[in-house]
Ligand binder design. Structure first.
Ligand code: PYC
Length: 310
């Protein structure tokens, strides 16, 4: 019987399962190489940790590993129901709150190595966390995509630690009763945009005005494995900030309140990294809560020991 010790948290409703002990041994070296090793040699572990029956399509796993980049305090590889992620904003907030719960960090700044670059995170005295994400940018503006059954959909392709297609013009209601429609639409959009030769878009993000006061926007984010993000999506908010910056719609340093489909909020802002090329460093602030300390048990006699894989 194998055992894997995990700490579960949620960030604005989106779960993160932090693997503390018993996960796959990925060796040393750059995080992108270790992420590739995880993908190639240990996919069963990924599935056992986040998929049913122990998890669900929504759970994002976070494998805590020694960092490689100079100056980093921790390393992390995020993964979900179908594969490995580049970065994860809600997951980084969850990781920081989990490390504080474990007594491994105090309020202050830590640097975290990820497969797509180093990020820094500040744990504030009130328990909230600000993540300064990897460099983010808009890759393509106002791209028209023919989506079967829906006509032409216009959006931007942007990088915020993962690849996003961001759509502001649509006729859908961003509310919980519309989840099936939103999922079906964004899934089709994703398939259509990925037939266009852009970098592989893994997330599709819809925007609309928020029905509640105080938020600049509400979003619906479809994740690569077809689950929707309960949080406003840290990497998606970073991609949105990159688009707002490129369009001159949000000044450097100004706050952007991004609300999720369930009403949870992140505050984003950015500083210019390279204004001539519209590259920004985004910061996303949110809160997370630790919800369970668990030991996962893996019994090879169990036919679903390694999770239910689609
Ligand atoms: O917060 O960046 C994020 C994220 C990615 C996938 C789910 N959440």
């Amino acid at each position: 019987m194998k055992s894997i010790r995990v700490l579960d948290s949620h960030t604005g409703g989106e779960p993160t399962r932090l693997v503390l002990d018993g996960g796959p041994e990925l060796g040393t070296g750059p995080l992108d190489e270790r992420a590739a090793r995880f993908r190639r040699d240990f996919d069963a572990y990924r599935s056992a940790i986040v998929n049913e029956p122990r998890g669900s399509d929504t759970v994002v796993g976070a494998l805590l590993v020694p960092p490689h980049r100079a100056g980093c305090d921790f390393g992390v590889i995020f993964f979900n129901n179908i594969g490995v992620l580049g970065m994860c904003g809600h997951g980084t907030i969850g990781l920081v709150v989990a490390l504080a719960y474990l007594g491994r960090i105090a309020p202050g700044i830590i640097k975290i190595d990820t497969p797509v670059g180093a990020v820094s995170a500040e744990l504030h005295a009130d328990g909230s966390v600000s993540v300064e994400n990897v460099a983010s940018y808009r890759h393509a503006h106002a791209v028209d995509i023919a989506v079967p059954g829906h006509g032409v959909v216009r959006g931007d392709v942007a990088w915020g630690g993962n690849w996003f297609f961001l759509v502001g013009e649509h006729a859908l209601h961003l509310d919980l009763v519309s989840l099936e429609t939103l999922t079906e639409f964004t899934w089709r959009v994703r398939q259509a945009v990925n037939a266009q030769g852009f970098p592989e878009v893994d997330h599709v993000e819809l925007f609309a005005p928020s029905p509640s006061p105080g938020a600049d926007s509400r979003n619906f984010v479809l994740c690569p494995g077809k689950a929707y993000d309960r949080s406003p999506c840290g990497t998606g908010t970073s991609a949105k900030l990159a688009c707002l910056a490129a369009e001159g719609k949000l000044a450097a340093g100004a706050p952007w309140i991004q609300e999720s489909i369930i009403g949870s909020r992140f505050t984003g802002s950015y500083r210019w990294l390279d204004q001539a090329n519209a590259r920004i460093t985004p910061t996303v602030t949110g809160t997370a809560h630790v919800i369970a300390e668990t030991t996962l048990l893996l019994d090879d006699r169990d036919p679903f020991c390694w999770g239910i894989r689609g």
